[in-house]
Design a protein around this ligand. Structure first.
Ligand code: GRF
Length: 203
């Protein structure tokens, strides 16, 4: 299956996916492109693995709608079966959802539906919850509202800061994102994962 990974940051989740493919623990998958909305540090890792990269910057487009179309065009040019948002910090617009809906997954650093949005770790800490975690969802038009595919807890420890907590959550995310991709590909080995996602919805 052809994976396109979208990032905005360091790309440690991307690195985990690439390592799993390299080590043979995620078979049948290849990352055919890594696309970012900024000059994300994770692009360097993709380049060092000879994976095609692209940066689709909002500032290079006339408005948000034009950026949405450009992003969808760039993604489409790589003919993906599955699109993985791995720390991609922008909402997807209609062009992405219309073309790839049901084939996009996102990892979020909190136990949804609690603490959606860009500051899931900070918000959980500020609220004072004792357990938070990570969630992988199927992306829909809302802010972290899509169907939950997997979810794992992380305990908050005394003295945790946003950084220390986020690091422990990311350790969990890196394992979970690979597990979810493996499950999706195993469930739909010959076709795009959308087949499975949509079939599930009707049961
Ligand atoms: C992850 O915690 C992801 O859930 C969040 O941003 C982080 C990305 O980390 N939205 P990385 O770029 O994969 O290292």
């Amino acid at each position: 299956a052809r994976l396109v990974v979208l990032i905005s940051g360091t790309g440690s989740n991307l690195a985990a996916v690439l390592a799993a493919i390299e080590q043979g623990t995620l078979t049948g998958a290849q990352v055919v492109a890594v696309i970012a909305d900024v000059d994300a540090a994770g692009l360097d890792h993709a380049r060092s693995c000879s994976i095609p990269t692209a940066v689709v910057r909002l500032a290079d487009h006339e408005d948000r709608a034009a950026w949405d179309r450009a992003l969808a065009d760039e993604v489409a040019s790589h003919a993906p079966d599955l699109i993985v948002l791995a720390g991609f910090m922008r909402l997807l617009g209609a062009p992405m959802l219309e073309r790839f809906g049901g084939r996009i997954i996102n990892t979020h650093p909190a136990l949804l539906p609690s603490f959606p949005g860009a500051h899931g770790v900070r918000d959980a800490l500020a609220y004072g919850v004792k357990v938070t975690g990570a969630t992988v969802i199927e992306v829909d038009a809302g802010i972290d509202t899509g169907r939950i595919l997997d979810q794992r807890p992380v305990l908050i420890e005394p003295g945790d800061t946003e950084d220390t907590l986020h690091e422990r959550i990311k350790e969990v995310e890196r394992v979970m994102i690979v597990d979810v991709i493996r499950d999706l590909l195993q469930a739909a080995p010959v076709g795009p994962p959308t087949t499975t996602l949509e079939a599930d919805r009707n049961t």
